[in-house]
Design a binder for this molecule. Structure first.
Ligand SMILES: Cc1ncc(COP(=O)(O)O)c(C=O)c1O
Length: 400
């Protein structure tokens, strides 16, 4: 008998994605015929706009798409991404500094693989998207949480970041708009954080995947637009999933300084080679084609955002700041904990989420998936009727 474990320590330590777990539980109950309303999914409920699907169809008729292509991506797509980055992030980056990845998720993974040595620390503003700490740990880095609650609009301050900085700190993760909170940093806040990072020689990994989903006239200013000196030490992560309703197409990208991108391209060439050419052709149509369908989706999200935030704030014990971006409402539920409801007394948001699922048949993701307990995330990427019905069920349950 050998005492070598079956699974490596690194892989054995990975936690199952909590968001996918809640979604799977909701779907299993639905399959049993229970009328579960799920706010768990992190994806638009709209179909991909037809002109994008048409471009993919046309790509299937062209045999050159059946072959391996450059690992870093199709030249036309890298150009389209560079143009989008100049437009939306204010960085006139050459296409050679763009790599196309299998979703933003792979870009996040590669960013930390390329930057981190064992023990390097990454400042992770919390609540955070559930995959960041795993991606950091898989690169032998150490995630250092910096928490901002509802009282500060879920946005960390320079003072908090400075208090968490050590001589091992290498990277600041910057996500605006944020998943799970929908918080968007103002241009002034972004500049202050960017200048602090620049002054301390930190690297930035900026996840801009929700940058086009913003409301109330706000703009999510890129940290490299706010502090241009950071372009030599920043990796931007982005993709078509959220803005273009293309989550299943698996198309994202990373942008950074030439040496970093060269390193990431080397990694990707051994990991997965090029991204599916059909998805790449579709992404060219998404970025270069008409943007009206995207605006229609954004307006629908905006309407739902107002509906859900109003209703959530009517639930006894719930407090939901108005999110300015993405498609999530993040509710402070501490006021609803510690009280007996139908024979149980939920003391954590995990227990409250379980109670709401079993008693009201409504699925929301507990804060434990994104950092501290005491919160529930509601995605409002679902139709108006279900959107209202689900929150009303919670209102009824928690008013008992
Ligand atoms: C903040 C954030 N970044 C990146 C991603 C990855 O998106 P994808 O891999 O689908 O492009 C997600 C998806 O949920 C996300 O919420």
């Amino acid at each position: 008998m050998t005492n070598i474990s079956r699974l490596s320590k690194k892989i054995g330590a990975i936690a199952e994605s909590a968001t996918l777990k809640v979604d799977a539980k909701a779907k299993a109950l639905q399959a049993e015929g229970r009328p579960v309303i799920s706010y768990a999914a992190g994806e638009p409920d709209f179909p991909t706009p037809p002109h994008i699907v048409d471009a993919a169809r046309a790509a299937l008729d062209d045999p050159k798409n059946f072959r391996y292509t450059a690992a870093a991506g199709l030249p036309e797509l890298r150009e389209a991404i560079a143009a989008k980055t100049a437009r939306d992030s204010g960085w006139e980056v050459p296409a050679s500094q763009v790599i196309v990845t299998n979703g933003g998720k792979q870009a996040v993974y590669q960013a930390f693989q390329v930057l981190l040595d064992p023990g390097d620390e990454v400042l992770v503003p919390a609540p955070y998207w559930t995959s960041y700490p795993e991606a950091i740990q898989l690169a032998d880095g150490v995630p250092v949480e910096v928490f901002a609650g509802a009282d500060q609009g879920y946005k960390v301050t320079v003072e908090q970041l400075e208090a968490a900085r050590t001589e091992r700190t290498k990277v600041l993760l910057f996500v605006s708009p944020s998943n799970p909170t929908g918080a968007v940093y103002t241009p002034e806040e972004t500049t202050a954080i960017g200048e602090w990072a620049e002054a301390n020689g930190l690297w930035i990994v900026a996840d801009e995947i929700y940058q086009n989903l913003v409301y109330d006239g706000v703009r999510a200013v890129s940290i490299v637009e706010a502090v241009p000196a950071l372009t030599d030490r920043t990796i931007l992560v982005n993709g078509v999933a959220k803005t273009y309703a293309m989550t299943g197409w698996r198309l994202g990208w990373m942008i950074g300084p030439a040496d970093i991108i060269k390193g990431a391209a080397n990694l990707q060439s051994h990991l997965c080679s090029n991204v599916n050419n059909i998805a790449q052709r579709a992404a060219i149509a998404a970025l270069n084609g008409p943007q009206e369908p995207i605006e229609e989706m954004r307006l629908a999200f905006d309407r739902r955002r107002k509906l859900i935030v109003d209703e959530l704030n009517r639930v006894p014990g719930f407090h939901c700041p108005t999110p300015e971006g993405a498609f999530y409402a993040y509710v402070d539920v501490t006021g609803a904990l510690g009280r007996e409801i139908r024979g149980t007394t939920p003391r954590t948001s995990l227990e409250l989420a379980d109670l709401i699922l079993s008693e009201a048949e409504v699925a929301a993701v507990p804060g434990e998936a994104f950092g501290p307990s005491g919160y529930l995330r509601f995605s409002y990427a679902l139709g108006d009727e279900a959107l209202l019905e689900g929150v009303r069920r919670i209102q009824t349950l928690l008013a008992e």
